[in-house]
Structure formats: C-alpha cells, structure tokens
Design a binder for this molecule. Structure first.
Ligand SMILES: NC(=O)c1ccc[n+]([C@@H]2O[C@H](COP(=O)([O-])OP(=O)(O)OC[C@H]3O[C@@H](n4cnc5c(N)ncnc54)[C@H](OP(=O)(O)O)[C@@H]3O)[C@@H](O)[C@H]2O)c1
Length: 309
C-alpha cells in the first residue's frame, strides 16, 4: 500500500507526499557513485514519480539553484520547483525580493517558479510588506504559489491573513520536523497549519542523516558542522530509537531512514523533503512513501522519540 497524493495547502496541486532537498548541491560532479550528483538525483527522483525539488538562493551561494536548473534542462519530465528569498540584513526594503527572484529564475533557467518562500522571519522587513511583494510576484506570473519558512504559528497567521487580503493563499510553511525534532507538535505550529490549510514542509526529516542509522554509536562519524549537534556527539542517546527503526524496517523490508520518513509522510498535511545527494539516496528516499507503518509502530516511535526532542 502506498501513501496517497496530497494537496499543496489549499491549492489545486496534488503531489506525492515527498520532496527532495538540495542544499548540499553544487555544480561540480565527481564520478564516485556515492558522491554528490545533482543530475543523477533529479533523474532518479523523477523516474520514480517524485517531482518536488526544494532549493534556496543562499544554498551554496546560488550553486544549488544553478545545479538544479542544469539538471532539469536535461529532463523532459515535469518538476515542481520551490526556492526561497532570504531577507538578509542588507536588504533594506522588501522590494529587493523582485531582484532576488529574477536572479533565482535565471540560475534555475525558468520563467516562473512553482513555490517561492520567505526563508526566515528574522528581519527588519515587516511580514506585511514581504507578503505584498509575494502577492505582486504571483500577480506578475513569476511565482505560482506563496510560502514561508521557519515562521512560528503567530507569524504564519499574520502572513496568511496579509496574503488573504490580496486573495492569495499561503500554501506552505517549511520547518524543522522529524522524530528527533518534534517541536511543531508541541508549539502549536502543526495544529495551526492544519487549521489554516497550510502544508507543513518538513526539513531535516532524517535529522541530517542520523535517522538512517549510518552514524550510530561506535560507527561512522559525521563530518562538517553536523558532528557538533547533540545527537551526533552522543549517538548512544538515539540508539533505542534507531533499533526500533531497524526492527520496524525489517518487518516491511525497508531501511531505517525510509521508516523515519514514512512516520512523517503518513501524517495529515506533512510533506518531508529529505536531502538526497545522488540517485541511490533519491531512489531509497522515494521508497519511503510506497508502504505505511501501522498505528502501533508509529506509537512506538512516538514514545521512543518523545524524550529525545
Ligand atoms: N528552510 C530551511 O531553513 C531549511 C534548513 C535546512 C534544510 N532545508 C531543506 O531541507 C532539506 C533537507 O535537509 P538536509 O538535507 O539538511 O537534512 P536531512 O534530509 O535530514 O538529511 C539529508 C542527509 O542525509 C543523508 N541521506 C539522505 N538520504 C540518504 C539515504 N537514502 N541513505 C543514507 N543517507 C542519506 C545525506 O547526507 P550524507 O550522505 O552526507 O550523510 C543527506 O545530505 C535541505 O536539502 C533543504 O532543501 C531547509
């Protein structure tokens, strides 16, 4: 049994309940089969029906958008492209959104983007003025849908009503949500998303790879900034959860990471976007939505993860 398609917010778009995160992508490609290869990740995802790709102007200083644009040029299959505007401190007026959007469209080699999101709420620019600029971009046909990211419930409600005054729905809010970060359930954000019909796009659904089980106690060490995170410094804390993911995975013939993504994607109104560096990861992650864990299995994961996040 496969998870059903889901609508994007209150829009008419129906999509598989999974996207692909691209924040590690750059233009160069190495020939090693496990290295980062955006083109292979795009082809591998599209081939199995996953069409949603999420990028941002600030990922690798635009290189993620360029890599995605180049990878899509080689494909005749339709993709749904989401990118983000960063309201950085030196952007002194919300009008800078229009120039940033033009630069993103150029890197993506597109005339319009399917979803344009305000990357974060920490800015001197008001939510109201940013929503006005998003509304203008929708009216100009340069973006098809408007979204936000890292907004709390109050900020999201303000964005939702500012757009509603222009007759435009807020379709999504992209936030950190996984078995190791369950704050959206506790701080009212998930409930507010459901009430307003805003899709919660879950980033870090694999907790930066930790939930795949490959960085477990006594095993492979994470590299870069990740290794400073609490779960990477103390992998023994996560061990009982990882063992349960393994066991549930074995019951379904799936990997731990697939079970962790399924736990998110089976929930109403939640769309996880695991980062995939290459075709192998993209195909494996796509396999996370063509089965369903049981309520009993989900409750076991709920219990084990409650004390960890
Ligand atoms: N809006 C925001 O503020 C925000 C912030 C962060 C991220 N995001 C978005 O969310 C996306 C996902 O976040 P993320 O990629 O950082 O975290 P993630 O999805 O939790 O973890 C992805 C990492 O896990 C590993 N992985 C993925 N699939 C795997 C597989 N099948 N088998 C083994 N390892 C696998 C890969 O790293 P290794 O192979 O190197 O272990 C990959 O880079 C980003 O790409 C980005 O689009 C948004």
């Amino acid at each position: 049994m496969s998870l059903p398609d889901m609508p994007l917010g209150s829009s008419t778009i129906l999509m598989r309940p999974l996207g692909v995160g691209t924040n590690t992508w750059k233009e160069e490609v190495s020939r090693n089969s496990d290295s980062t290869n955006p083109e292979a990740a795009v082809q591998g995802s599209l081939a199995v029906g996953v069409h949603f790709f999420d990028t941002a102007e600030i990922y690798n200083s635009g290189a993620s958008e360029s890599a995605l644009g180049r990878a899509l040029r080689g494909s005749d299959l339709d993709a749904f492209i989401a990118t983000k505007f960063a309201p950085l401190p030196w952007r002194l007026t919300s009008r800078s959104l229009h120039g940033a959007l033009a630069a993103s469209l150029s890197r993506l080699q597109l005339d319009s983007v399917d979803l344009y999101q305000i990357h974060f709420p920490i800015t001197l620019l008001s939510i109201h003025s940013l929503m006005d600029r998003l509304a203008e971009a929708v009216e100009q046909g340069r973006i098809k849908h408007a979204g936000v990211s890292n907004y709390n419930a109050g900020q999201m409600r303000a964005a939702h009503s500012a757009l509603a005054r222009r007759g435009i729905p807020l379709v999504s809010n992209q936030v950190n949500y996984s078995l190791l970060h369950r704050q959206p359930e506790r701080n009212g954000l998930l409930a507010a998303c459901r009430e307003l019909d805003v899709t919660l796009i879950a980033y870090f659904p694999l907790a930066s790879g930790m939930l795949t089980g490959k960085y477990r106690f006594g095993g492979q060490q994470a590299r870069g900034f990740r290794r400073f995170g609490q779960n990477f410094r103390q992998p023994e804390r996560v061990e009982p959860l990882l063992r349960a993911l393994d066991q549930i995975g074995q019951t379904h013939g799936r990997t731990s990471g697939q079970v962790a993504i399924n736990w998110l994607a089976r929930q109403d109104n939640v769309l996880p976007i695991p980062g995939a560096r290459n075709a192998r990861q993209a195909r494996e992650n796509a396999g996370a939505i063509d089965f369903v864990i049981s309520d009993v299995e989900a409750a076991r994961l709920d219990d084990l993860s409650n004390s960890l996040s």
